[in-house]
Design a protein around this ligand. Structure first.
Ligand SMILES: [Cu+2]
Length: 360
């Protein structure tokens, strides 16, 4: 993982993506220090807007779990400029089955916003030309509606909020309009990660997953366009339960598994949009060696947790220590949901360790 650093008078591309998370079209500028002297190198930086292409691609709305901002190594607070845009797009939720997603920035989950406790953020939320109202409620924000009151926008509008990240944790953000259950089910949620001042323990890989359930009038996998089913949502009877915007998206047989090696440690950041279902998040063939339940990073993690409860509107941070080559399947252990799409894979390569595990 590259460091986000502005030492030496340069802001790396990674840092520009930095806060912004992934390849998405957020922009962020790690510029002015807040309440602290700015590094000399930073003084020469000129604020600039960098608009990046959306990652919407052949993979539809599926967010690449590896395209997240890098860990923060700063020891002083900074100010961030973040742009987020509401976008609707039709994409495949299963092969041949199309669904009209509502998204932050064209991806599900929306881009991870990564800051440090004490940082300040100026967030501008805009809406592309569609006839829906959207907004953003960030659970890391102390203020009316988590920011949703001040960011409610319709076609062509943009509004901003300014906030200070007071508490460390992995927090959800989501659309906060009155029919937000419909919007969140359609993909409008993501994570804002507020790192503790001391940072997080180092790991070899970080992955970013978002779970939500989708309610359609068509049956599971039905080809062609699938309209939303409000009655099914009110009864909490989903057609799909998915990670990152499509059935089994992050598996070898779809768009590719996540990858790591024996003896490495991986960290999974998971946000559950819901809108209605609690996730029972389990890594098959391993455990959460460190488990920050509810994303509550100010606390010491629990150790060796098999299945982490992740309620809708919450998040989870968990580490897995890799001991043997295997494919670890990340699932919602409410098992019937695995058949509805709730599975992702981490392929672990490396030498077998017969002392740890062997068949026969
Ligand atoms: Cu919305």
């Amino acid at each position: 993982m590259s460091k986000a650093t502005s030492q030496g008078g340069e802001i790396s591309r990674r840092q520009l993506l930095g806060l912004a998370g992934g390849s998405a079209a957020l922009l962020t500028l790690g510029l002015a220090g807040v309440g602290a002297s700015r590094a000399a190198a930073n003084e020469s930086l000129t604020p600039q807007a960098v608009v990046l292409a959306s990652q919407a691609s052949a993979h539809g709305v599926v967010a690449d779990p590896t395209l997240i901002p890098p860990p923060i190594h700063r020891t002083t607070p900074v100010h961030h400029e973040v742009l987020l845009q509401a976008r609707h797009l039709w994409a495949e939720i299963a092969p041949g089955a199309k669904f009209r997603f509502m998204t932050f920035q064209g991806q599900v989950p929306g881009p991870m916003i990564r800051v440090r406790q004490g940082d300040t953020v100026h967030l501008t939320f805009s809406n592309t030309a569609n006839d829906y109202w959207h907004s953003i409620d960030l659970h890391a924000v102390i203020g009316p509606g988590g920011g949703s009151d001040a960011t409610r926008v319709t076609a062509g509008q943009a509004k901003s909020i300014h906030f200070k990240a007071m508490y460390p944790g992995a927090f959800i953000y989501h659309c906060g309009v009155p029919d937000m259950d419909y919007h969140i089910s359609s993909g409008m949620y993501g994570m804002i990660l507020v790192e503790p001042e001391a940072g997080l323990p180092k790991v070899d890989h970080e992955f970013y997953l978002g779970q939500n359930e989708v309610y359609t009038r068509g049956v599971f996998g039905q080809k062609g366009p699938n309209n939303f089913d409000f009655k099914a949502m009110n009864r909490s009877r989903p057609t799909y339960v998915i990670f990152n915007g499509a059935v089994n998206a992050l598996t070898a047989t779809r768009f590719g598994a996540m990858r790591a090696r024996v003896s490495q440690t991986v960290r999974v950041f998971m946000v559950n949009g819901g809108p209605n279902l609690m996730s029972s998040f389990h890594p098959i063939g391993n455990v959460w060696a460190n488990a920050w339940l509810h994303g509550a990073l100010a606390n010491a993690p629990l150790h060796y947790v098999q299945t982490a409860p992740v309620p809708p509107g919450s998040a989870f941070v968990g580490d897995i220590v890799l001991g043997v080559p295997q494919t670890i399947r990340l699932i919602d252990h409410a098992m019937s949901r695995v058949g509805l799409g709730a599975m992702a894979e981490i392929e672990v390569a490396g030498k077998p360790n017969p002392a740890l595990f062997r068949a026969g």
